[in-house]
Ligand binder design. Structure first.
Ligand code: FO1
Length: 320
């Protein structure tokens, strides 16, 4: 069976680790990874979501953090601090630096991000084919207003420095808008559209529906490919009982006007069936809907009726 999954960072990577254990020898998984979280630091390109998938499935992840390497040391970071070179708030460990050095060296030599990712996976052997959503630069920025006025900050600054990743209740500022800079002119990476068209099943793991899956869907052609794919498209709710499984999905959901509930996220992804009908009602208004099915936790049993009413089959199941 050919399985395609659109994945972001930690939640997606952990789901994929379970999926990989559940499949048979004749099954294959292609992961289309979000690159909107990428950040350029010290002349290096850091790809947090691709690295989290690669390290998690390759056995090198720092398990408690869900990002970065296990058994990390921080000598480079300490030395950069001595030079007064920031940002201090983004923790790059020595082992992790090697990934960014190899990636940046290959990109400088003219290799594409897809070729670099394939080369890095030769070492990590994640057991899935990991494709970036695009080889073109896309970086998510967040519009905020604080004592310095209204401005856009890089997603990582919002997520890490402004503490949105730690505790949504205490994030210093609200996300007013999420802007995937560069998405409108980005092209799907080689193999992405082909994998979607050839899939037997397409999964949307419980990654962040706005800054991870939403960013992948913002690459022109990918949403339409999902809407037209012969395979069923099934998503898993990243919200359980009104709270995000990880991170602060509710903060960025508010920025795009979506309630942090299992039903609201499904209806925002939209139904493929509803948009095939003449009415064009249902998922996400004028945008093409991408879902056939939606899995919610038993805590969200009450959401099933609303999701089904939106033209998306829905089941409540206990998350193991
Ligand atoms: N997340 C944090 O909360 N603090 C960090 O200092 C941090 C550093 C970091 C370095 C490399 C990397 O690949 C990820 C890192 N993350 C950090 C996680 C990252 O912000 C998020 O995992 C993704 O961008 C969202 O999925």
């Amino acid at each position: 069976m050919r399985i395609v999954a659109l994945a972001g960072g930690i939640g997606g990577a952990r789901f994929l680790r379970g999926l990989r254990e559940a499949i048979g020898p004749e099954d294959e998984i292609t992961v289309i990874g979000n690159t909107g979280d990428d950040i350029h630091l010290y002349g290096l390109k850091v790809c947090p979501d691709l690295d989290t998938v690669m390290y998690t499935l390759g056995g090198g992840i720092h398990e408690e953090q869900g990002w970065g390497r296990a058994d990390e040391t921080w000598s480079i970071k300490a030395e950069m601090k001595e030079y007064g070179v920031g940002p201090e708030w983004f923790g790059l460990g020595d082992r992790d630096f090697a990934t960014h050095l190899v990636r940046s060296q290959m990109l400088t030599a003219g290799y594409t991000l897809s070729q670099v990712t394939e080369a890095l996976c030769v070492r990590w052997k994640p057991g899935v084919r990991l494709l970036p959503m695009s080889d073109d630069r896309v970086e998510t920025h967040v519009r905020i207003t604080d004592e310095n006025g209204t401005r856009a900050v890089h997603f990582q600054e919002y997520w890490v420095r402004l503490h949105a990743a730690v505790d949504a209740e205490h994030a210093a500022v609200d996300a007013e808008a999420i802007i995937p800079v560069g998405a409108d002119t980005a092209k799907p990476a080689p193999g992405v559209l082909e994998a979607i068209a050839a899939a037997d099943v397409i999964l949307l793991p419980p990654s962040n529906p706005v800054v991870s899956i939403g960013t992948i869907l913002a690459v022109p052609g990918i949403r339409a490919a999902l809407a037209a794919a012969p395979a069923p498209v099934v998503g898993l709710s990243p919200i359980i009982g009104g709270a995000p499984v990880r991170g602060m999905a509710d903060k960025v959901l508010a920025a795009v006007g979506v309630e942090a509930t299992a039903a609201a996220v499904a209806l925002d992804y939209g139904s493929r069936a509803a948009l095939r009908s003449a009415s064009g009602e249902g998922g996400g208004g004028r945008r093409e809907g991408v879902l056939d099915g939606w899995l919610v936790d038993t805590a969200d049993e009450a959401a099933v009726a609303a999701v089904e009413a939106g033209g998306i089959a829905c089941r409540a199941t206990r998350r193991t």
